[in-house]
Design a protein around this ligand. Structure first.
Ligand SMILES: Nc1ncnc2c1ncn2[C@@H]1O[C@H](COP(=O)(O)OP(=O)(O)OP(=O)(O)O)[C@@H](O)[C@H]1O
Length: 263
């Protein structure tokens, strides 16, 4: 991408579990300010890639830089300083079930700013809950009292708790109805613009790819086989890419995106 300032730079990444080789010589660059979609068939290693980037999975080989910092082999206190610069929304929201939404949002704030007093913590949590697009009365609720869409929004509010520069989203619209999914997509775009975020977004949702991603990285054959805009990807004749974007679901998503552009 022209003028790309790399926020994530992965080079020669290899991941293996026993005999199973998940990644081999995988390269990927995510540029500042973009929403990069990551797609690939089930089990191609999208989550393992994200886990490697955020330091939850030690790769067998390769280099990973995030926000200009080498991520491999860092001491815990150094890694902690880098971690506070990003937010993560895990696939199922990963909220603590025994804590309210507000308390969940406060977890990372308490970790990094243990001296903050409850009134200020509550104020910050309310602000983040509103940023996640939840009503104020969601704060005292427990995750079990929330709908799937609200859980994602609460997870997003927590991911935004420390004013991140970079956001990782693992299948944020999975399990949402199409209207809630579209609303969540809009929220991501508006947050990305307002907060000048870089977004690494794993998804199977073709509507999301068309609606909000600047570029899409395709994982197949253990590596990133292509990165580009959807028109750029459509010009490639890789069978998975063609089937994915030109299959019935891909064409329907393209039509929906066209209708939105004309409306
Ligand atoms: N901790 C682990 N131990 C052993 N195998 C693992 C581990 N984590 C992931 N795998 C394997 O690595 C492969 C890639 O998993 P991953 O969850 O990254 O796939 P994915 O592309 O995110 O899939 P999906 O789209 O279905 O979520 C799978 O075969 C999975 O079983």
């Amino acid at each position: 991408m022209k003028g790309c300032q790399p926020v994530i730079a992965v080079k020669g990444l290899a991941n293996r579990f026993g005999e199973a080789v998940i990644h081999e010589d995988l390269d990927l660059t995510v540029c500042r300010g973009e929403i990069l979609g990551v797609v690939g068939g089930s089990g191609t290693g999208k989550s393992v890639l994200m886990r490697s980037i955020i330091g939850l999975q030690t790769p067998a080989a390769g280099e990973i830089e995030v926000l200009g910092e080498n991520m491999i082999g860092r001491e815990e206190d150094e890694a902690k300083n880098i971690r506070r610069r990003w937010g993560i929304l895990f696939q199922n929201g990963a909220l603590f079930s025994t804590l309210t939404v507000a308390e969940n949002v406060e977890v990372p704030i308490r970790e990094y700013f243990p001296y903050l007093k409850p009134p200020l913590l509550d104020e910050i949590a309310s602000y983040k809950i509103a940023m996640g697009g939840l009503p104020a009365d969601a704060g005292p609720k427990y995750p079990a009292e929330l709908s799937g869409g609200m859980i994602k929004r609460a997870g997003l509010a927590r991911a935004l708790a420390l004013d991140p520069e970079l956001l990782f989203l693992d299948e944020p619209t999975a399990g949402l109805d199409p209207i809630s999914a579209a609303a969540f997509d809009e929220l991501i775009v508006s947050l990305q613009k307002r907060l000048d975020l870089t977004v690494f977004l794993i998804t199977h949702d073709l509507d999301t790819l068309y609606a909000i991603c600047d570029r899409v990285a395709v994982i197949a054959d253990r590596k990133v086989i292509a990165v580009g805009t959807i028109p750029e990807l459509l010009a490639l004749d890789h069978p998975w890419i063609q089937e994915y974007f030109n299959g019935p679901r891909g064409r329907a998503a393209a039509d929906t995106a066209k209708e939105h552009a004309q409306a």
